[in-house]
Design a protein around this ligand. Structure first.
Ligand SMILES: [Zn+2]
Length: 176
């Protein structure tokens, strides 16, 4: 899984630039890397939206075109939470279960931990086998995660804010 928000938020040099999905009033837009103009998709012109078998991708069927959108695209998690209910074939139940199953991340403060790995900052959640002290672990990972911001003199917010369809953890603490 690629920590897409980290790349986006911290202005890293993009080694593999990512596609960006954004919600618009009548649908959504997809901006591919290096394409300056995003492609617009209207809910009206879409016939069906489905998850693929492994649930890591959705396929969007238009009359004349089929688009495949992977979960490492920026905005994917927000998109799947905003599919209109008229697309009966879409697995809304899975989406709700997936989002509800995410746990808060001690490092970045976003509720995006899936199977002990944060989708946003790519950090593995602390466990007793790693180190004795959880706070020390979080602190060192926060130093890694925010290192670019510190280097560039950008202020780090002390309160986590919701990002791209993920909720933020109100009890999150910045230890650095
Ligand atoms: Zn995180």
């Amino acid at each position: 899984m690629i920590g897409f928000l980290m790349r986006k938020l911290f202005f890293r040099n993009l080694v593999s630039p990512l596609t960006e999905i954004e919600l618009i009033e009548s649908g959504f837009s997809i901006k591919k890397p290096f394409n300056t103009k995003p492609k617009l998709f209207n809910w009206e012109e879409i016939k069906s939206i489905r998850f693929t078998e492994n649930y890591n991708t959705i396929t969007i069927q238009k009359l004349d075109e089929k688009i495949v959108v992977k979960n490492d695209n920026i905005g994917w998690y927000e998109l799947i939470q905003n599919i209109p209910s008229k697309f009966k074939e879409f697995d809304f139940k899975y989406t709700v279960e997936l989002i509800n199953s995410l746990k808060p991340c001690g490092i970045c403060g976003i509720i995006a931990v899936r199977e002990n790995n944060c989708i946003v900052c790519e950090t593995i959640t602390w466990n007793k086998k790693m180190t004795k002290n959880e706070i020390e672990y979080i602190k060192s990972k926060q130093l890694d995660f925010f290192s670019d911001r510190i280097k560039n003199g950008i202020e780090i917010k002390k309160i986590a804010e919701p990002e791209h369809g993920f909720k933020a953890n109100k009890n999150w603490r910045l230890y650095i």
